[in-house]
Design a protein around this ligand. Structure first.
Ligand code: E4P
Length: 219
């Protein structure tokens, strides 16, 4: 499964990239606003740090405005992916851009038919928000599974980018159902190599090793 980081924070991206397993970045208007920076400057900075796809989201609500914003974003770097909402205008803009060979990430996907429509329109990525569905008492993983089945039934090549990840269990489940990509907050990326038994086992090995060295070297 490909691993993207879901942030607009440069330090987080730098640290995650240093792990050597980062495949891309997703941002959204809320994440950019939190940083208090110029949108295009920050996108350019991120694209310089990560070679893989970097999603930047438009804020226009209608087709022509979306295309205009997309064109400006595409000037920034070759690895920019245009993020559009799963609305009727977003769908039309997805088709316009995909027909031009532009990679599009269709965001705010909450039901399987949205995913089917954007696949038909040529989207490169679809972003089902599983955490936000769980937040209101739904089953986010069920949506990922439904999209996987629909895409496999018809051979749609749009990649499923599981988004709104809240904890490591979400990632295990995404990998088990065959999500192509997961975009993960830095806090959760840091948890991915953790287990208390690893720490406890390592402490035991080191204690035994140090005790052995003392007997051998210091009679
Ligand atoms: C995805 O691209 C979104 O930026 C993100 O995953 C939203 O997650 P949230 O529900 O934690 O805001």
């Amino acid at each position: 499964m490909e691993l993207y980081i879901d942030t607009a924070n440069i330090e987080e991206i730098r640290e995650a990239a240093a792990l050597g397993v980062l495949d891309g970045v997703t941002t959204n208007p809320s994440l950019i606003a939190k940083e208090g920076v110029d949108f295009h400057d920050r996108m350019s900075e991120i694209c310089g740090l990560v070679a893989g796809p970097v999603s930047g989201e438009v804020v226009s609500m209608e087709h022509d405005g979306m295309i205009e914003e997309a064109n400006a974003l595409l000037e920034i770097a070759d690895n920019i992916v245009i993020k559009l909402p799963c609305t009727v205008d977003g769908l039309k803009a997805c088709k316009t851009l995909s027909d031009r060979g532009v990679r599009v990430n269709m965001t705010l996907c909450f039901q399987p038919l949205q995913a089917m429509m954007v696949a038909k329109a040529g989207a490169f990525l679809v972003s089902p928000f599983l955490g936000r569905i769980d937040d209101i008492g739904g089953d986010g993983m069920e949506l990922i599974q439904q999209i996987r089945t629909i895409y496999d039934n018809y051979g749609y090549t749009t990649k499923i980018l599981s988004a709104s990840i809240r904890h490591p269990l979400h990632l295990v489940q995404c990998a088990l159902v065959g999500s192509d990509v997961a975009t993960v907050p830095f806090k959760v990326i840091k948890q991915m190599m953790n287990h208390p038994l690893t720490d406890k086992g390592l402490a035991g090995f080191l204690a035994d090793w140090n005790a052995r060295k003392q007997t051998e070297c210091c009679p």
